[in-house]
Design a protein around this ligand. Sequence first.
Ligand SMILES: *Cc1c(COP(=O)(O)O)cnc(C)c1O
Length: 372
Amino acid sequence: MDIENLQTPLYVMEEEKLKKNLQLLDFVQKRSGAKILLALKGFAFSGAMDMVAKYLHGCCASGLHEAKYAAEKVGREVHTYAPAFKEDEIDEIISLSHHLVFNSFAQWQKYKEKALGKVSCGLRINPEVSASPTDMYNPCAAYSRLGITKEAFHEAFLEGIEGLHFHALCEQGADELESVLAGFEAKFGKYISRMQWINFGGGHHITKEGYDVEKLISLIRDFKERYGVEVYLEPGEAVGWQTGVLVATVLDIVYNGMDIAILDTSAEAHMPDTILMPYRAEVRGAGKAGEKAHTYRLAGNTCLAGDIMGDYSFDKPLQVGDKIIFEDQIHYTIVKNTTFNGIKLPDLAIMKKDGTIEVVREFGYDAYERRN
Ligand SMILES: *Cc1c(COP(=O)(O)O)cnc(C)c1O
């Protein structure tokens, strides 16, 4: 990968890696009979959407903008869910969507007349079972606004509803899906046969090494057999998982009790989950602090004190101008980027099968100016 001459900061999405993820997801579709959608919330990258359309059934969108993007860039099925829909957007959302999922009975009643006959309507329920790693990413945590609990469920208002949707996982395996399904069936099982489809949401870490794909397939087949419904999955992370990198350049190295390398990127603006989740991004060729001869704190070029990627060690001393490659930075990054502190948005590039890199989006001052 010839990155030395590229302008940074830059995301490089590797086409072959995305293809490998999509082929595995397609294998799950074919073996299980489920339909898989891309959750745009986690992975939206214009240059990759044609390839997504070749393998997956469409996208799940979280509102008008994602629904538009899904229709424009991927086509096929558009499934839209939002915690609440706005009156001035609902008509356009309906015209773009195939499935519409409501988060409450009030929203369903409000938009029922507009939606019926135009889209397949569903309800998001809260199975109140989850093993999410943190409350920030747990839709079933106490007081969650996401989905209807059994207590708030009104059987009397189900007429016209064709599907149920739950989303309770985050980076999890087939065992966790099994327990969520058990909870879902215990609470809402009696309504399932009246439905045409059940959406198992996202959070399935299908493309992560060690994920029990066979178990997922058998859970879906068994469910479909017992209830005679279509099953949808809508992963985001599993599509973009390990499909590319964020490349940055060392701008300066300062010393304050330790060596600190200042990069032309930002944890806060370009790798927000490293701060929010939090987690430590892998850096190509680097080890943990102290593991190799030369340890540095890698930090962002903003005025936020906590804009720090972490402490990493290298075989050779870093030099100003060196490139730093953060692994696995394509999902939940580009879609969350900000121009905080006026920092430049990373450009977007695609690495083709033969290793050539094509820059497909460049961002400059106007991205900052338009938003402020
Ligand atoms: C976030 C989300 C997804 C995608 O989750 P991943 O963890 O990226 O797979 C799917 N559906 C809904 C409703 C979501 O909120």
